[in-house]
Each structure stands twice: as structure tokens, then as C-alpha cells.
Write a new protein. Structure first.
Length: 605
């Protein structure tokens, strides 16, 4: 095939005819050959087809005759070069693949080496940890062993100490036993020797006793004789001297008179000072200035002296009818003091917390009088001293130049009926003393009684009352005024003035006060004031110091529930005691209970 690519271009091509003849020959002999050689499977030319060679030869001949033979030859060379270049590129790719394979093998070897090192490190760490664990266990075992040895040594030492102590005690007991026996023997020997000596010297001892007694008797007789002679001579000389006798009698008389006078004068001065400057023990609170209070609080005393009469209803919220009535009482009391007339005694009754004590204080300040507050519960514990204490109160009140408004709170505690109530003799005597001191009208003091159960008063007490004022529970308008007043006092005031930690959230304050007044049905003024204090405490206890509408509603809900619970307790007490002592409820409180019962029934329905 060299002539096909231009090799041996000058030599003649093999004749086609010969090749064809040869091919025909071969073809003609093929059957024979095939018949003879077809039975030989090892002959590789038995199935050869020369058609391809013929076509190749024809193509080469046509190519030699063509004018583009050189271009075809160049193209063949270029194809050969391209094939060689492709072969070289494949070789290089193979070499690059081999290099890449080597790099991957190196990387794999490095990765294996790294994993091996990591595993070795891990194994070394595990080995080190295991060795450390073994060392710690060994150290712990050593410590336990050492502790066991120490405990064993300590136990042995304690046993040794116990044995030594027991031996020491046994030795001491033995020594004490020996000493006791020796002492007994010695005492017995001494007693025997002393008895022997006394028996032998009995005569001498009796003679010594006789001589001592005679000498003592002689000494006493001589002392009596000498003292009698001295006193006798002195008395004889004193009696014989008339001037000395007169002076002595006069001196003793003056001494006795001085002692008696000083004792009585001291008692009178003490009672006078106590009545003028002191304060009786039954008086809990008073506006009357004492010397001790003036020294202790001079500024406060000066302000009180310079203060002017105040309005009797300032800070007191009452209904319109009751307000008009108590205002008339205040005006009458003030005019009575100015005209130095006789004061009228007043009974104020009603549920707790309706303003009885507050109005009594305001009435005294409005009239220019001093007020003194005492409670009926303080009288019973005094016992026998109750009569004296009661007289001291009225004596003290009578010494005031301005007049005293004597306010007795919870007066039914000791002014009970003497005929039906079981009271002690001491309390009965105190009641009689009170009736004696209040039997007539006075221009020195005005008696104001306050009670929740006026029906329990003794009839003599009712006879001494000039006017009865009923302080009922506040209505809706009064409750709204009270809520607004205490909201302003405990919430708005601290929130707008001073440096107190209280802030108020934004909501309709007026509408909220109206809603609270509607919900506070049946509550007294004191309960509403405590509600204001609860709002202030809620603001102070919050994290940011802000009083919100929800906090106000929460405190109002709690107050309403607590009030309902109190009313339930009161109804239970009234039901249990109705058959025993005749417990009566005020009309306003009974009406409030009925309203709450109806509201709860409607809510359940």
C-alpha cells in the first residue's frame, strides 16, 4: 500500500488484469479449494473476499489519474499528522490522567496518613485518659487506704484513751475509797479520843461554864444599873428645867403639824396639776394643749393657738337633709359657747364609718372648743378604778376655759341597760358615776355619744340626750362626692405634686368616679376612703408606678366582694343572735343587705 500514499511513485502499478486474473483464478478454484479445504477449519483465507481490495485499487488508480492527487496526498498527510497529534494529545491526556491519578494517590495517601495520625492521636488521648483514670483511681485507692489507716489509727487511739481513762477512773475511785476509809478511821479515833478527854475533864468543863455564866450575869446587871442611873438623872434634870420641857413640846407639835400639812398640800397640788395640766387615762385623743405637748411640739402648738374656727362640714360628706341638720347643730353650739350658755348633749348613731367621729372633731373646731375622745371599751378593764377615772375625766373637762366636747365612741360598751344586761358591779358603779356627772346641763363640757346599737342604752342615758342624729350610709350622690374627694386626695394629689413615685394613666376620671360610686352601693365613707388608699398602694407596688384603669377596677372588685362577705357575716350573726340577745340591724344597713341580696339573686337568675 506504499504507492497509495505516494511511496515509490515512479514504479509501475501492478497490472489490474493480473490481479483480476489472479483473483478470478482464485475465485474459480475456490469451489474446488472450498470443497477440498472447506473441511479445514484452520484455513484463514478460505472466506477471504477480495472485493474490498479491488475497490481500493480502483480508487488509487483514479486518484493517480486525478489532478488533485497532490492535494489529496497533502490532505492525507495532514490527516495522518492530525491523527498523530490526536494520538500525542491522547498520550499527554493519558500522562496527565496518570499524573492526576498519582496526585490523587498522593492525596489519598496524605488523607490516609492524616487519618492514621488522627487515629493515633485519638488512641494516644484515649490511652492517656485511661492512664489518667487509672492514676486517679490509684490515687483514690491510696486516699481511701490512707483514710482507712487514719481511721483505724484514730480508733485505736480512742480505744487506748478510753482504756487509759477507765484505768485512771478506777485508780481515782480506789484512792478515794482508801481515803474515805482512812478518814472514817481517823474521825472515829478522834471522836473516841475527844469523848475520852471530855469524860475525863467533865468536872473542869462544868466549872468553867459556871464561872462564865456568873461573870456574864454580873456584867449585865451592872450595865442595867448604870444605864438606869444615867437616864434617871437626865430625865430628872429635864423635868426640873421648865424651859427645856416647854421648848421640846412645842418643837414636837410643830414637827407633827409640818409633816401633816406638807403631805396634804402635796396631794392637793398633785391633783390640781393633774386636773389642769395632765390628761386622764381614759382620754385617747384631745386637742387640748398640755404643758408636755407644748414643750415637745412648740411649732404645732403655736399653729393650733393661731388657728381660726373652721367650717364644721369641711371634709365631711353627708346627705342634704343631714347636712342641714348638723349645720344647725354646729351653729347652735358655736353661739352657745360665745354666749356662755348651757351645752346640749347629742347622740349620733348609725353604721360604722359614716363620719360620726369626724363630725365631732369638726364640730369642736368650728365652735372654738377643745375635743376629747374616749372609747367605751376602755372603761370595763379598769374595774374598781373606773369610778375614779370617770370623775377625773369630768374634773379635767371642767377646768377648760374654752369648753370641751367630750366624744364617747362606742358608748354602748359600758352604758348598757342595768335592768336587763348582765354587767359587773364595778361597771355598774362606773355607769352610776357617769350618770351623776351628766345629770345636769353644763357650760363647761358638751357630751356627744356615738353608737351602732343605741337601743342597748340605759333609760337614764336616753333621758340625758337632748338631740338624736342619725348618720345613714351615703347615697349615690354622696358616694360619688366621696369617691371624687378621695381620688383627688390619694391619687391626683400625689401624682401632680411632690416627688412621689406615682403616675396616672390617661382615662376619663370623672366617668370612672361615677361608675365606682354606682358599684359601691352599701359602702360607708370609711370603706370608700380605704378604697382610695388601695389605689395608691396599687400604684406604688407596680413596676413603673403607673395607676391604670384596670388596676382601679381590680381594687374596686375586691372591695365589693369583701363588703359582700362582711354583710354575709353580719346577717349570719344577726340570725344566730336573734333568739338569744335580740341583735338588731340599723335600717340603712338592713336596706343595703336587702339590695345586695336582690342583686346577687338577679345575677344568679
Amino acid at each position: 500500500m506504499s504507492w497509495l500514499f505516494g511511496w515509490g511513485w515512479g514504479s509501475g502499478a501492478p497490472p489490474v488484469e493480473e490481479q483480476t486474473a489472479a483473483g478470478a483464478e482464485g475465485a474459480g478454484g475456490a469451489p474446488g479449494g472450498g470443497g477440498s479445504g472447506g473441511d479445514k477449519p484452520g484455513d484463514k483465507w478460505s472466506n477471504f473476499d477480495p472485493t474490498g481490495l479491488e475497490r481500493a485499487a480502483k480508487a488509487a488508480k483514479d486518484l493517480d489519474k486525478s489532478r488533485h492527487a497532490k492535494e489529496a496526498l497533502g490532505l492525507a498527510r495532514m490527516q495522518e499528522q492530525t491523527v498523530q497529534l490526536e494520538h500525542e494529545s491522547k498520550v499527554k491526556e493519558y500522562e496527565a490522567a496518570v499524573e492526576q491519578l498519582k496526585g490523587e494517590q498522593i492525596h489519598l495517601q496524605g488523607e490516609e496518613r492524616r487519618k492514621t495520625l488522627a487515629e493515633e492521636t485519638k488512641q494516644n488521648q484515649a490511652r492517656a485518659q485511661f492512664q489518667d483514670k487509672l492514676a486517679r483511681q490509684r490515687y483514690d485507692d491510696q486516699l481511701r487506704q490512707q483514710q482507712f489507716l487514719n481511721e483505724e489509727n484514730l480508733r485505736k487511739q480512742e480505744d487506748s484513751v478510753v482504756k487509759q481513762e477507765s484505768m485512771r477512773k478506777a485508780t481515782i475511785e480506789h484512792e478515794m475509797e482508801l481515803r474515805r476509809k482512812n478518814d472514817l478511821i481517823r474521825v472515829e479515833a478522834e471522836a473516841k479520843a475527844r469523848a475520852q478527854v471530855e469524860r475525863e475533864n467533865a468536872d473542869l468543863i462544868r466549872e468553867q461554864i459556871r464561872l462564865k455564866a456568873a461573870e456574864h450575869r454580873q456584867t449585865v446587871l451592872e450595865s442595867i444599873t448604870t444605864a438606869g442611873a444615867v437616864f434617871g438623872e437626865g430625865f430628872r434634870a429635864f423635868v426640873s428645867d421648865w424651859d427645856k420641857l416647854t421648848a421640846t413640846v412645842a418643837g414636837l407639835t410643830l414637827l407633827a403639824a409640818g409633816v401633816y400639812t406638807a403631805r396634804n398640800a402635796t396631794a392637793v397640788a398633785g391633783r390640781y396639776i393633774e386636773a389642769r395640766l395632765g390628761r386622764p387615762s381614759l382620754v385617747r385623743e384631745t386637742s387640748r394643749i398640755t404643758v408636755a405637748e407644748a414643750i415637745k411640739h412648740p411649732i404645732k402648738t403655736t399653729k393650733r393657738l393661731r388657728s381660726r374656727p373652721q367650717d364644721a362640714l369641711e371634709g365631711v360628706v353627708l346627705s342634704a337633709a343631714l347636712e342641714g341638720r348638723v349645720r344647725d347643730v354646729a351653729i347652735a353650739t358655736r353661739n352657745t359657747r360665745q354666749n356662755k350658755g348651757l351645752y346640749r348633749n347629742i347622740l349620733m348613731y348609725g353604721p360604722p364609718g359614716t363620719g360620726k367621729t369626724l363630725f365631732a372633731k369638726k364640730l369642736a373646731l368650728h365652735s372654738g372648743m377643745d375635743y376629747a375622745i374616749m372609747t367605751g371599751g376602755d372603761v370595763a378593764p379598769l374595774g374598781r378604778d373606773g369610778v375614779t377615772a370617770m370623775h377625773k375625766v369630768f374634773d379635767w373637762a371642767s377646768t377648760s376655759r374654752r369648753g370641751v366636747l367630750l366624744f364617747v365612741d362606742e358608748a354602748d360598751a359600758f352604758l348598757r341597760k342595768r335592768s336587763t344586761e348582765k354587767i359587773s358591779e364595778d361597771l355598774r358603779a362606773t355607769l352610776n358615776a357617769f350618770l351623776y356627772r351628766t345629770g345636769e346641763q353644763s357650760n363647761k363640757f358638751m357630751l356627744v355619744l356615738a353608737s351602732n346599737q343605741p337601743e342597748q342604752f340605759d333609760w337614764a342615758i336616753n333621758d340625758r340626750i337632748d338631740e338624736i342624729v342619725n348618720f345613714a350610709l351615703p347615697g349615690l350622690d354622696e358616694r360619688e362626692r366621696l369617691v371624687r374627694m378621695y381620688f383627688d386626695k390619694f391619687v391626683l394629689g400625689p401624682a401632680t405634686t411632690g416627688r412621689q413615685r406615682l403616675k396616672l394613666a390617661q382615662f376619663d376620671y370623672g366617668q370612672k368616679c361615677s361608675d365606682i360610686a354606682k358599684r359601691a352601693e352599701g359602702m360607708s365613707g370609711r370603706e370608700i376612703s380605704k378604697l382610695g388608699v388601695a389605689w395608691q398602694a396599687a400604684a406604688y407596688s407596680s413596676e413603673d408606678g403607673v395607676l391604670t384603669e384596670a388596676m382601679i377596677d381590680s381594687r374596686v372588685d375586691d372591695a365589693v366582694k369583701q363588703h359582700a362577705q362582711k354583710m354575709d357575716w353580719l346577717m349570719m350573726e344577726a340570725g344566730e343572735g336573734a333568739g338569744k340577745v335580740g341583735v338588731l340591724l340599723p335600717r340603712e344597713m338592713a336596706a343595703g343587705l336587702a339590695a345586695q341580696e336582690a342583686a346577687s339573686l338577679a345575677q344568679r337568675v
